[in-house]
Design a protein around this ligand. Structure first.
Ligand SMILES: NC(=O)C[C@H](N)C(=O)O
Length: 327
């Protein structure tokens, strides 16, 4: 038996000062939702799903309710979940009328012979599974509209360059926006899981699928090494298979932290893309790194909750102090 560990992110990007508190509160609430399950002896996969549902339901983040809009003003969401105990995975791409793509990803994993369903077929599968249909309008937040108005005229490339600019590039922060979510966990049995969910990047071309639902890119989980969830410029993440690169490096003997830094820096060096990762090793060690201005993240380890958005500014408090919220 090991002590369970869970970590979540709310995206790596140029989080403006006026959104810092909402981001911190959002990741803290989500990590506690997942931790509650682990505390009751639940599995890593259940904890990851619960944490991501909390993030998808929070309009502050670019996933589920709050998803960003395509170039033609629609919602197309991607997500994935993976069980490190057997390498089973499920994902969906370009789904548009459900509240929680992470739940549908899990259904793909558990109820089909496939790994990835997209578009019309994925939406139809949701209907067959009895997933409630929600209107697209109910998923669109004010943040998403503002962001779309700003970027739809200047196009996708401008959204990527602004949101995922490198941390040391000086530029005014924009005052709205939001980002992808993810979670990684290891439970008391040593089972590892990961999940990631996103509306993608504002002003993306309709039909564009990013890194998030691709196994080895948006996430990877293997009990032999650990779990990873990624965020950032999806086209770059796909080119370097960022999540799998990290578990590969851990397999070679790097710690979760060393592997995170090496793989994210390598992505910038090789393809010029910025982003971030959260990692938990099979032994419960944490890794985290990002090349963007900020990344919202929170984790629980050894009964302490940690959360923050800046690279060196992390707040911690004991889970005991928050017990009323956990049990
Ligand atoms: N903000 C993000 O993390 C976006 C996501 N990686 C994508 O490219 O779709």
């Amino acid at each position: 038996m090991i002590k369970p560990v869970i970590m979540v992110h709310g995206g790596a990007w140029s989080i403006p000062d006026n959104m810092v508190d909402a981001n911190k509160e959002g990741v803290k609430a989500a990590v506690l939702a997942g931790y509650k399950i682990l505390c009751m002896g639940g599995s890593a996969i259940d904890a990851v799903e619960a944490a991501i549902v909390a993030l998808e339901d929070n309009p502050c983040f670019d996933a589920g309710n709050g998803s960003v809009l395509t170039a033609d003003g629609k919602v197309e969401m991607d997500s994935m979940i993976m069980d490190g105990s057997n390498l089973r995975a499920g994902s969906v791409g370009c789904v548009n009328s459900i509240a929680n793509p992470i739940k549908l990803s899990r259904m793909v994993m558990e109820k089909t012979d496939h790994v990835l369903l997209v578009g019309e077929g994925a939406n139809k599968f949701a209907g067959e599974m009895g997933v409630p249909h929600v209107s697209i309008d109910s998923l669109i937040s004010d943040y998403a509209k503002e962001e779309w108005e700003r970027f739809s005229k200047s196009e996708y490339r401008s959204a990527v360059n602004t949101m995922f600019k490198k941390r040391d590039v000086k530029e005014e922060l924009v005052n709205s926006g939001h980002d992808t979510v993810g979670a990684v966990a290891v439970d008391a049995q040593g089972n590892v899981a990961c999940g990631t969910s996103t509306g993608g990047i504002t002003a993306k071309r309709p039909g564009r699928v990013g890194d998030t639902p691709l196994v080895g890119c948006g996430g990877y989980a293997d009990n032999a090494t650990g779990g990873v969830s990624t965020t950032g410029h999806g086209e770059g993440i796909i080119k370097v298979c960022l999540a799998k690169h990290i578990t590969f490096l851990m397999d070679q003997g790097l710690t979760a932290q060393e592997a995170s830094v090496k793989a994210v820096e390598n992505m910038y060096k090789r393809v010029g893309s910025s982003g971030g990762v959260i990692v938990v090793s099979k032994d419960g060690d944490i890794g985290q790194y990002f090349t963007t201005d900020r990344m919202a993240r929170a984790w629980v380890k050894d009964d302490q909750v940690y959360y923050g958005v800046d690279i060196h500014d992390i707040t911690s408090c004991s889970v005991d102090g928050l017990n009323h919220k956990i049990v």
